[in-house]
Design a protein. Sequence first.
Length: 156
Amino acid sequence: MFKSWLKHALAFLGILIVVLLALAIWEGYKIERQRDAVLGISDALKREQEENYRRAMTDTYGGKTPQETLRMYIDAVEKGDYELASKYFIEKNREKELQSWSNASPEFKDQVLDMLEQSIKSQGSYSSDKTGFVISDPLLVDFILYPNGVWKIIEI
């Protein structure tokens, strides 16, 4: 009777060990899949960052100072070259900028150009890391320094 009970206990213990081992292997597999997913996302973000850097390095529209970029922008708008004017903006805001000038009334254009002329004369401020610049009077004009040394307009 004792041997029969011992056989059953050992069989139960063996099954329990096999089940626990299977659960541990399954959890390890799930962790490995999650790690692979995180690495995939990390690689994709790294590729996107490298592509953004490459595009920024080849984008030469803009000046060596925020004020110079704003002057170039104003000159392009005054000539009616809205395509060129939009190129002084960061890439993701160019289309919106191009459409805003294309749809604007002449009175609005004159008013904005007057305020932008005043903005160039205003004292702006650099960010702590010197890669951002903001003019806030009379219009808010936000700039960013691209890695190639060219200042781009984020928004007006």
